[in-house]
Design a protein around this ligand. Structure first.
Ligand SMILES: Cc1cc2nc3c(=O)[nH]c(=O)nc-3n(C[C@H](O)[C@H](O)[C@H](O)COP(=O)(O)O)c2cc1C
Length: 330
């Protein structure tokens, strides 16, 4: 059975075929996987913070433009909460605009300084945040869309204690701009549920960790394929910096140090550094040796395959789930 694609305010805003966003992914969200999801009809964001230099970012944007043959793709602007760690952000925006990028995802802190430079250049900004309160502030600042994530999100779901679908349902009562929900979404059924609820789309990450184009060691992908919905734990809750990650030896060691009273990032040494994850896990293939952002949606990953195949399967399943609901009423 061939079913028509979904059309929402998000597909119109981002000029895409499917209401699906691949969110930023530190050290992994680069041109290969982003181009693959864009070519499959979704939207992906190259994660600016991953690049060692502005020129490295520029080169990757150019590569993405070639791989996508001019289709729009996006850039993720992850803002640090620590003062002095966002000096490069305006540079990232300038470089991205220079290279023809018009789609942006922000996260991590208030997008107050981003809306103006992006929109004056004709760009579109979706701000990703963990609570309705933050979403309302972002809307007041003039962002074009909001992504609301729940506590299931792989990465940094914030202090929020609500699931994606609870957060999303409350947000839908109050947010006027297009709204996307994310966190724990790894199947087409959940995409259908999000759309049925009234969301304009979904933002995903963990489910794509096993995509062929993701530049991480096959051993990590095999570990995630073998994993189930209990594959993640949270760390650094006691520091008010909740991080949802793969349940591995390093995550357990961090939890143990928290239990012993560690309350500052420095007390965890290099265990929580992203450079260690990149070198030892993503490149080296030792899946126990570093912290890997991951949520339970990773449990849906059943094989290593191209990102485009993941998008196609998700959207076909979402259409069938939607048709099933329609049939219930006939
Ligand atoms: C490995 C990994 C790295 C991530 N890095 C970032 C990041 O640098 N910036 C960001 O805004 N979100 C980041 N995220 C969050 C994703 O963009 C997305 O919001 C999230 O994965 C959605 O929840 P899910 O993992 O349950 O699908 C990351 C997620 C993963 C799995």
């Amino acid at each position: 059975m061939t079913l028509a694609p979904f059309r929402t305010r998000l597909t119109d805003l981002f000029d895409i075929r499917h209401p699906l966003l691949l969110g930023g992914m530190h050290h992994l969200g680069e041109s290969g996987v982003v181009a693959a999801v864009v070519n499959a009809g979704a939207m992906g964001f190259i994660t600016a913070r991953s690049f060692a230099t502005p020129d490295a970012l520029r080169q990757d944007l150019r590569r993405c433009r070639e791989l996508t043959c001019g289709k729009p793709f996006g850039v993720n602007l992850t803002l640090a909460r620590r003062a002095g760690h966002n000096d490069a952000v305006q540079d990232w925006i300038r470089i991205a605009l220079d290279e023809g990028v018009r789609h942006f995802e922000s996260a991590g802190n208030s997008p107050a300084d981003l809306v103006g430079p992006i929109q004056r250049a004709g760009g579109v900004l979706i701000h990703k945040c963990p609570s309705v309160r933050h979403a309302l502030s972002a809307e007041r600042l003039g962002v074009d869309a909001v992504a609301l994530v729940g506590l299931e999100e792989g990465g940094h779901p914030g202090a929020n204690k609500l699931s994606a679908f609870v957060n999303g349902a409350f947000a839908l009562e109050r947010i006027r701009v297009p709204l996307v929900i994310g966190g724990g979404i790894g199947s087409g059924r959940q995409i259908a549920a999000a759309l049925a609820m009234g969301a304009d789309g979904v933002v995903m990450g963990s489910r794509f960790m096993v995509a062929e184009e993701i530049i991480a060691h096959e051993a990590l992908k095999a570990r995630i394929v073998a994993a189930d919905e209990h594959c993640s734990v949270t760390i650094l809750d006691s520091l008010g910096d909740t991080w949802r990650v793969l349940a591995n030896d390093t995550a357990r060691a961090v939890q143990q140090r928290e239990a012993q009273g560690a309350r500052s990032h420095a007390e965890f040494g290099d265990m929580i550094l992203s450079a260690r994850t990149r070198e030892r896990v993503y490149e080296g293939g030792d899946v126990e040796a570093g912290i890997v952002s991951l949520g339970p949606a990773g449990g849906f990953a059943d094989r290593i395959e191209p990102a485009g195949a993941i998008v196609a399967r998700l959207m076909a399943d979402a259409r069938h789930a939607t048709a099933r609901v329609g049939a219930l009423m006939s």
